[in-house]
Structures are given as C-alpha cells and as structure tokens.
Design a protein around this ligand. Structure first.
Ligand SMILES: *Cc1c(COP(=O)(O)O)cnc(C)c1O
Length: 241
C-alpha cells in the first residue's frame, strides 16, 4: 500500500519551515523581509492539499499541466487563489491558459505570447508574464537563449493584454550551494540590463529558486521562489513529460 507522507497537518508544518527558510535567507542576504514571495508549486498534488495550504495562509499556486490545473481550479473555485502557469506551453493550450491563470512564467516564444495576448479575455486584468531564459545553455532545455532575450522582450512588452513582469529560469540541478549561484547571477544580470533597455516595462520579478536552491536564488536577488517538494513532500507520481 502506498504510504501517504503528507497529511494536511504536515503540509502546514512544512509550509512554516519553508517560510522560515525564506525569511532567514532574506535576512542573511541583507534584504527586506518582503522582498521575495513564495509560489507554492502544486503539480501532482490533490486539491485537498492545496486547500490545506490555502487555509495556512498561502495564496499563490503554480501548476505545470493544464488539464490537471483546470480540474483543481474547478474544485477550489470558492478560494481566492492566484494561479501561475509554470510549465511548457503548446499552442493549443494558450486559450485555456489565457482564460484561467493570473500569471505565466514559461514564455519563450513570440508566437505563444501573441496567442496569450490575443486570447486574454477583455473582462480580466492584464496577464502577468515572465520570460523563461535558458541560463544553463543546453540545447535540450526550454527557455529563450540570452542573446535572443532583448528582441523577444521588446515585442512582448508592446503586447497590450500582457504585462511583462520579469524573467524565470530553471538551472541544471546542482548540489553545491556556491555553484548554484552562477546561473542565478546570470539571470539577474540579464534582468538588470533588460530593465535598463525597457524602462517603461513593469519589470519587478525574478522567478528563480526551487526547494533545493532557494537560498542561492535569494542571495542572487530572486523576488519569487517556486517551491514544491519542500512544502508538499515528495511528489507521489511522475510529473509527466
Ligand atoms: C516542479 C517545479 C518547481 C518546484 O520544484 P521543487 O524542487 O519540487 O521545489 C519549480 N519550478 C518549476 C518550473 C517546476 O516545474
């Protein structure tokens, strides 16, 4: 019989521990306690765990798989959740993403951004977006190449239904807390130059850092950390493609 490692009670215990980790990392970095916020990454987690975390005070949740997310959104429609889409985006999914999410972190192509812009319903607020950058420079990974970032950002910043908030990256996993900092430092440098090039864009978000590298990301200036395992425990089934 599969063991359930996370009762709703332990979700709130883990949440308290992660909140403490975040507060300590910010203090160690000499940053304001409110300089970064926590995005709870709830992919593969059942709706009742999200509800437990919401009851513990969390409002922003990140999901990777559209169908799974839509199902949970329907079950949690009584809650005032801020929904973030953080997974790869296929063209045929943009309409549902534009209609059902507040943020998208994983844009790396103009075509996807254009579709999200065109499909964002006029009765909803602008869609907040981050561009995903390939900071590990591997062919196989998603994310725009650093050289291609500025022209893409310029075109997206001009799209009227999107609000370009910042950059996101998923560096290669690495156990060494010192080495973890290098790709985050690269993303931050790209972010600073983008802010200089696009002074009119509301660029205030560096979405970087996960369960294993939260501290390194905070040291390098993350304003939003995306945390799954450290809050919910190990995911119980494979997270898909
Ligand atoms: C799954 C996922 C996370 C969370 O990863 P953990 O290691 O479980 O904290 C963060 N960001 C993205 C894009 C993810 O897919």
């Amino acid at each position: 019989m599969p063991v359930d490692p996370t009762t709703p009670q332990s979700v709130s215990d883990r949440f308290a521990q992660v909140s403490e980790r975040l507060a300590l990392a910010l203090a160690d970095a000499g940053r304001d306690p409110a300089a970064a916020r926590l995005l709870a990454v709830s992919k593969t987690q059942p709706a009742d765990r999200l509800r437990a975390l919401y009851q513990a005070g969390q409002r922003a949740f990140g999901e990777n798989y559209l169908q799974e997310a839509l199902g949970k959104q329907a079950m949690l429609s009584d809650l005032d959740i801020e929904w973030h889409f953080i997974g790869p985006i296929q063209s045929n999914k943009t309409r549902d993403i534009a209609e059902h999410f507040d943020w998208v972190h994983s844009i790396d192509r103009e075509k996807i951004a254009q579709r999200l812009n065109d499909q964002r319903p006029s009765d909803l607020p602008l869609l907040d977006v981050c561009l995903q950058v390939n900071v590990s420079q591997e062919q196989s990974k998603s994310g725009v190449a650093p050289e291609a970032l500025l022209p893409l950002a310029q075109r997206i910043a001009a799209m009227p239904r999107l609000r370009l908030r910042g950059l996101m990256a998923i560096p290669e996993p690495c156990d060494d807390p010192v080495l973890q900092r290098a790709p985050f430092a690269r993303l931050r440098a790209l972010f600073e130059s983008l802010r200089a090039e696009l002074p009119q864009a509301p660029l205030d978000t560096l979405s970087m850092g996960m369960s294993a590298d939260l501290e390194a990301a905070i040291t390098e200036g993350a304003t939003m950390v995306r945390i799954g395992t450290a809050i919910f425990g190990p995911r119980e089934y494979p997270s898909g493609p």
